[in-house]
Design a binder for this molecule. Structure first.
Ligand code: PRT
Ligand code: ZN
Length: 285
């Protein structure tokens, strides 16, 4: 039977969350530690474990059909792959940073400066868009130490918390790119592969919506129910069930993680009591 082949990072910042996502989609993968290729036991999916930098090329060449990488890697490799689905984890930005002692007046600063980076393609696109000519020094790791050892005037590197820049006396001055983990895909799927991919994406979206939602149950006097159901309209409309106590009801609904604490405050002010909040595993609308 035809299967879909997915390439994920063997070890690194993407690998645990990539495997967890597949698990949350109900896909069972054996833990073959050193295997390069494993098959899911209950879904037509084969997994390849690779270095993230190699994944776009494997997908472009059709050795894998889809892969999980950071957008930064996808753009740096300039392959003919499409973004099939954004995944919302491994969020970071690719930024230009300079020693904090320098007074920064704008992007002109980088003219004729030496910039160390592992992202020469993305960086040179960015600089030429801004009409700035710099000397790009490609290095593969520990980019942040380059200014301190006199190798470069500035760096262009991934930042998430900013603590690496801070501890190396650097400050971020320009954001070149925002990135998160994405599923990339080759350009032409067979109809069987496409239908497996559609199934996978359907499950991923259900998991993502679940992760972004909370299930809320609360009690309130009946005269407050209309006000409360206005605050938490839910998917279609909230469930309202009577309590054993006269003139009281329980309201069940789903709310988005992003607005969670604001909504809880509103509910309390509207007269809600005994508010229970639970995680949502999957959500299909
Ligand atoms: O071995 P392989 O080639 O597969 O892995 P890798 O070492 O190239 O990549 P890995 O595992 O480090 O990162 C994989 C992907 O995670 C990247 O391509 C990004 O899409 C994403 N990601 C998210 C990050 C970060 N956040 C991140 N903070 N990748 C790297 N960093 C590094 C950054 O380079 C810097 O050294 O973390 C440091 C900065 O972190 P803060 O928190 O101090 O700002
Ligand atoms: Zn890599």
């Amino acid at each position: 039977m035809e299967k879909l082949k997915i390439a994920i990072q063997k070890s690194g910042r993407l690998s645990e969350q990539s495997k967890q996502l597949l698990k949350d989609c109900g896909i069972k993968i054996k833990n073959g530690k050193n295997a390069l290729r494993v098959s899911a036991s209950n879904f037509p999916l084969d997994l390849f474990y690779l270095r993230d930098d190699d994944i776009p090329q494997y997908v472009q060449d059709g050795i894998a059909d889809i892969g999980i990488v950071g957008e930064n890697v996808l753009l740096e490799k300039k392959t003919k792959c499409n973004i099939v689905q954004k995944l919302g984890f491994a969020k970071c930005r690719l930024s230009l940073a300079i020693p904090k002692s320098i007074e920064y007046k704008g992007i002109e600063y980088f003219k004729n400066k030496k910039i160390a980076t592992s992202y020469p393609v993305i960086l040179s696109d960015f600089l030429s868009k801004h009409n700035v000519k710099s000397e790009i020094h490609e290095i593969s790791g520990s980019v942040e130490i380059a200014p301190n050892i006199g190798l470069a005037d500035a760096i262009c590197d991934l930042v998430s918390t900013g603590s690496t820049l801070f501890s190396n006396g650097l400050i971020e001055v320009e954001e070149v790119l925002k990135s998160e983990a994405v599923i990339i895909g080759k350009t032409n799927f067979s109809s069987v592969q496409q239908s497996i991919l559609d199934k996978l994406i359907f499950r991923i979206q259900a998991v993502q919506k679940g992760r972004n939602s909370k299930y809320v149950i609360l009690n309130a006097p009946n005269e407050k129910i209309e006000l409360i159901t206005g605050i938490i309209p839910g998917l279609k409309s909230p469930t309202v069930v009577p309590l054993a106590e006269n003139n009281w009801s329980a309201v069940h609904s789903v709310i988005s993680e992003d607005v969670f604490w604001d909504v809880i405050d509103e509910l309390k002010n509207a007269g809600a009591e005994g508010i229970l909040v639970m995680p949502v595993e999957k959500m299909i609308i």
